[in-house]
Design a protein around this ligand. Structure first.
Ligand code: ADP
Length: 377
């Protein structure tokens, strides 16, 4: 565990970049430092690997003051990833990734094998190995940066705005990849960003910092969204925090109805039996159980049901693994106000009304925070 204990950084010109910061950074999880530009995030990160020395206070790694460790040993235990990847432009991708193993004296052969293994791990095609950084897209370069930082298998990864320079779609891919890598490798990651959505998506713990290098709040994301410590944090979280918080509640507790679901080949008696006063629409599925669309029972003529005549079914949610937010979104997008729940093969498992989702949301609010569910779709 990394423990930052009452650390202050005063630059020679008098700027207090970090002011008496204390944080306990748990092992094998992602801790995000987030806040507006200039609030001291990078300074904090760089004090962890001693690129910057604190003016006051101590930083402990597994209980040992990092000042008492040789700086080279310390840095070897910490991979470092920055924006735009910071790759060596005159070295091939494979040699970029092999940099630290080579410095550690690994043979060329072994270092390259390790690099190849890491390329696969971060989702880079092996055909890119011999290329140079300028021949890669921004997102690919960023993956190389992550692979390079992982090369000597350090227990800690320090990441400074690593995904800020790539477009939103690529960025989402990189974030998903990082979550996957973290869950596979169990690294302790300290991640700096100014983007609160990124912080909420990636962080197990999120430290919100304010200008002057002071900690505004340190909490799991669901707790930040539920109970911002003050107006600054609330403002920083943005307008739709109530909706975003629903990402932390699974949809599994929603009770789905199966009665309003009929297959395309249903006969007239079945259609008539399924329609009722409180179920104005029926969801029609194909013979495989995949959704086709909604229709009113009176409009559904047995033997003549075609998808073109049905109302769109909107965006289904995966019952269980998707969140209450996804279910709500499905219901809001549906012209009927009902959301379609599917299993992970896309087959319908039932439908749920906006009203039922609303009740589940009220229950979720009553439950308060403390949920440690990772934000789902
Ligand atoms: P962030 O990463 O949150 O944008 P930084 O840690 O880079 O913030 O900077 C925190 C504050 O310290 C800012 O006001 C910045 O201008 C100042 N600062 C950063 N580096 C130096 C330096 N070498 N000398 C003087 N002031 C600095």
């Amino acid at each position: 565990m990394i423990r930052i204990d009452s650390v202050t950084k005063r630059y020679p010109d008098g700027t207090v970049a970090v002011d008496r910061l204390s944080l306990e950074i748990p092992d094998r999880s992602i801790t995000v430092l987030v806040g507006p530009s200039g609030c001291g995030k990078t300074t904090t990160l760089r004090m962890i690997n001693r690129m910057i020395e604190p003016s006051e206070g101590t930083i402990l790694l597994d209980g040992v003051d990092i000042q008492k460790q040789p700086v080279n040993t310390l840095r070897r235990s910490m991979g470092y990833v920055i924006q735009n990847a910071g790759l060596f432009q005159h070295r091939s991708i494979v040699d970029n990734i092999a940099t630290v193993p080579r410095l550690l004296g690994w043979s060329k052969q072994r270092a390259r094998e390790r690099a190849a293994e890491l390329m696969e791990r971060v989702g880079l095609d092996s055909s890119l190995a011999k290329r140079y950084p300028y021949q890669l897209s921004g997102g690919q370069q960023q993956r190389v940066g992550v692979a390079r930082a992982l090369a000597a298998d350090p227990p800690v990864l320090l990441m400074d705005e690593p995904f800020s320079a790539v477009d939103p779609v690529v960025r989402k891919g990189l974030q998903d990849e990082l979550l996957r890598i973290q869950s596979e490798l169990g690294k302790t990651i300290v991640f700096v960003t100014h983007d609160i959505d990124e912080a909420i998506k990636l962080g197990t713990m999120v430290a919100v910092m304010r200008t002057g290098g002071r900690l505004a709040q340190y909490a799991p994301p669901a707790e930040l969204l539920t109970a911002p410590a003050d107006a600054f944090v609330e403002d920083f979280l943005g307008a739709d925090r109530g909706i975003r918080r629903l990402s932390f509640f699974p949809s599994g507790a929603l009770e789905l109805q199966t009665a309003p679901v009929v297959a395309q080949d249903a006969d007239a008696a079945k259609i008539a039996a399924r329609g009722s006063a409180d179920v104005p629409y029926l969801l029609v599925t194909d013979l495989d159980g995949k959704p086709l669309g909604w229709g009113e029972p009176k409009d559904l003529k047995a033997g003549e049901i075609t998808p073109e005549r049905l109302l769109p079914y909107g965006r289904p949610f995966v019952h269980g693994s998707d969140s209450l937010r996804a279910a709500l979104d499905g219901a809001v997008l549906s012209p009927t106000g009902w959301a379609v729940g599917v299993d992970d093969t896309g087959r319908v498992v039932g439908v749920v009304s906006q009203q039922t989702i609303g009740e589940a949301i009220r229950n979720a609010h009553a439950q308060g925070s403390g949920d440690d569910v990772r934000a789902a779709g």
